[in-house]
Ligand binder design. Structure first.
Ligand code: MN3
Length: 205
């Protein structure tokens, strides 16, 4: 079985300032994310895994110990989150495919932003708020608890993820303390819409 390795951040630690601060990003990536990666590898050693495809593992995650679910989800979700952001922000409206899909699924971009933000604010405890693409091409907003994601057979929603925000307190507490709403608002200033558009198109868009 291969070891999963911790990818570097796709930008400098300070690249998302002032919206996501350097200290938070450094601890989030180098400490929290690294622990998920290390513990995922450790958890996989205790089970018989026939595939190196992490999404295939997720599709049968109910057969695995909780440690594989929690740390495997943590490993994949954090990679996906860090890759959803950029220090070179461009408006979503510059990317026609994703922008049109958002307008047709939510009525308007502003309405999408409100629904996504409300969903992230309302999430109780620790978890993630996602934008996903369903088979019919429509977009859907949903939350998952802990480190779950929609590739897992334990999660009811099975839309393919294209964007995610981490709403665990460790993602924002150093800078924002209990002001989760402000963190969510500022997350919208670092979303990499070029990347989100690519993900949308890759999924048969
Ligand atoms: Mn996190």
């Amino acid at each position: 079985m291969k070891e999963f390795t911790l990818p570097n951040l796709p930008y400098d630690y300070g690249a998302l300032e002032p919206y996501i601060d350097e200290a938070t990003l450094k601890i989030h990536h180098d400490k929290h994310h690294k622990v998920y990666c290390d513990k995922f590898n450790a958890a996989l050693k205790s089970v018989e895994v026939k595939t190196e495809n992490i999404l295939e593992i997720f599709s049968k995650i109910s057969n695995y110990p909780t440690a594989v679910r929690n740390h495997g989800g943590g490993f994949w979700n954090h990679n996906f989150y860090f890759e959803s952001m950029t220090g070179e922000f461009k408006e979503a409206s510059e990317f026609n495919k994703i922008f049109s899909a958002i307008e047709s699924s939510f009525g308007s971009f502003e309405n999408f932003k409100k629904e996504f933000s409300d969903s992230a604010s309302a999430l109780f405890g620790s978890g993630w708020t996602w934008l996903g693409k369903r088979e019919d091409g429509s977009l859907v907003i949903f939350n998952t608890a802990n480190q779950d994601n929609s590739y897992m057979d334990v999660v009811e929603e099975n839309a393919v993820p294209i964007l995610v925000i981490d709403v665990w307190e460790h993602a924002y507490y150093l800078k924002y303390q209990n002001r989760r709403q402000e963190y969510i608002e500022n997350f919208f200033k670092v979303i990499d819409w070029e990347k989100i558009n690519e993900r949308f198109e890759e999924e048969g868009g």
